[in-house]
Design a protein around this ligand. Structure first.
Ligand SMILES: NC(=O)c1ccc[n+]([C@@H]2O[C@H](COP(=O)([O-])OP(=O)(O)OC[C@H]3O[C@@H](n4cnc5c(N)ncnc54)[C@H](O)[C@@H]3O)[C@@H](O)[C@H]2O)c1
Length: 401
């Protein structure tokens, strides 16, 4: 059976977004801006109305700045209808749930929605870390359940990971990928692997920097400087995790580590655990790796530029950039080798989802995948324990053009 809205000549089918928090409100805005009638549901009384009030204020500012007309803003807001209960939802083409990250809650919610919607309605979850197969398990027709992983904030971030569980039917995946393009997004596809593409492949960006500091090779300010100035990353791993929140970043890493059966590749560092346990969570607490005290204003430690130059021209074991890039390439190649995502989608996901200057596969090509394999092997000799395992995909020729 084909999903509603399959016929591109018909008006867009209504969409229901369940959960009107950070993500749900943004997803509702994106759908409404693309012409869909949207029902925005939140169990907390007043939450969906409050989300709409916030959206009105955001769009009024857009109008003031000349980025949209009054009529366009009114159209977006006018197409969103706030609601309190999921029960009695009218028929829609797509449901996107963005309720808190709790497997039982999501299973229950989608099972309830499935019972009241026609079998053609696509049921999407915006989960960042739960297994799509497990979410779909509770449903009689798991083939219509898939992940639509938007990034924060949804109206600004182009990337959407379209995630398939074991039972998801291809027709639905193709349909939502086309729908995401119609919404101005760039969809990438992946299996329900822990962390999907972005949250998995990005792990070494944080982990290598933290290990370099733990090993006494360099201080955080110097590592950040190297990754930014020599690597082209917008931010170094320490300033970035201070911005994200050390607790949030730690939780994502720990979730991937748990879901991979404690694979040492994803083991959290004592360095970050210490920050979290001592409440030094970053900007939001005024103290993280760096201090953000306002009075007196905290000075950021200066990078040691002499040390930085020596490290980036030295062996891989002590070069924060070469280590990080080698591990990013290794992680990306491994994902592709396991057929969890295509090389092109991994590169797109890392460029758009976390603003990397280059996709890891395209980064690995000029270095040489065999060279990356040698670098990982050298790291394994220097730091044994299973973290540094060259992916067989680096040397089996599967990525040769
Ligand atoms: N915040 C992010 O940066 C981000 C990014 C990508 C994905 N996600 C994922 O999106 C989902 C939502 O995250 P968020 O940050 O928007 O959360 P949030 O806490 O801001 O919003 C969740 C909303 O769901 C509502 N809710 C709770 N139970 C409900 C129910 N049974 N029915 C209807 N509404 C209910 C809450 O009242 C709340 O308004 C999570 O799965 C999260 O992992 C979050």
């Amino acid at each position: 059976m084909l999903p509603m809205d399959h016929d591109t000549t018909s008006p867009p089918a209504p969409v229901a977004v369940v959960g009107a928090g950070t993500m749900g409100a943004g997803i509702a805005q994106v759908a409404a801006a693309s012409g869909h009638e949207v029902i925005l549901v939140d169990a907390a009384p007043g939450a969906a109305d409050a989300a709409l009030t916030r959206l009105r204020a955001i769009l009024t500012r857009q109008v003031t700045k000349g980025r949209m007309t009054d009529a366009e803003a009114a159209g977006v807001v006018g197409r969103i209808e706030p609601a309190v209960l999921v029960d009695g939802l009218p028929e829609v083409g797509l449901v996107v749930e963005a309720v808190p990250e709790d497997l039982a809650l999501k299973q229950r919610l989608l099972a309830g929605v499935a019972a009241s919607q026609p079998p053609t309605t696509i049921l999407a979850t915006n989960t960042s870390s739960l297994d799509i197969t497990a979410i779909a398990e509770a449903l009689p027709d798991p083939e219509r359940v898939l992940g639509l992983h938007f990034f924060n904030p949804p109206p600004l971030m182009r990337l959407v990971e379209v995630v398939h569980g074991e039972a998801t039917a291809e027709a639905y995946l193709a349909h939502v990928a086309a729908l995401m393009r119609a919404w101005g997004k760039t969809p990438v596809r992946c299996t329900s692997t822990p962390g999907f593409i972005v949250n998995r492949v990005a792990r070494p960006f944080y982990g290598e920097g933290q290990r370099v500091v733990e090993e006494g090779i360099a201080d955080p300010a110097t590592v950040d400087w190297i990754l930014r100035e020599k690597g082209g990353f917008r931010m170094g791993p320490f300033e970035l995790t201070d911005l994200i929140g050390q607790d949030v970043n730690y939780a994502v890493g720990a979730s991937v580590w748990e879901q991979t059966g404690h694979d040492p590749r994803y083991a959290p560092t004592q360095f970050q655990r210490g920050l979290v346990e001592s409440g030094r969570l970053g900007r939001k607490t005024g103290e993280g790796v760096f201090s953000y005290a306002a009075q007196p204003p905290a000075a950021r430690p200066e990078p040691d530029l002499g040390l930085a130059e020596r490290l980036v021209t030295g062996p891989v074991e002590t070069d924060p950039l070469a280590r990080t890039v080698a591990m990013l390439v290794n992680e990306a190649v491994d994902l592709v080798r396991r057929e969890e995502a295509s090389a092109a989608d991994v590169d797109t996901a890392m460029r758009l989802g976390v603003n990397y200057p280059r996709g890891p596969i395209e980064w690995g090509r000029p270095i040489g995948f065999d060279v990356v394999a040698q670098q990982i092997a050298a790291l394994d000799r220097a730091f044994p324990g299973g973290r540094y395992r060259p992916s067989p995909g680096l040397t089996d020729g599967s990525l040769d053009e």
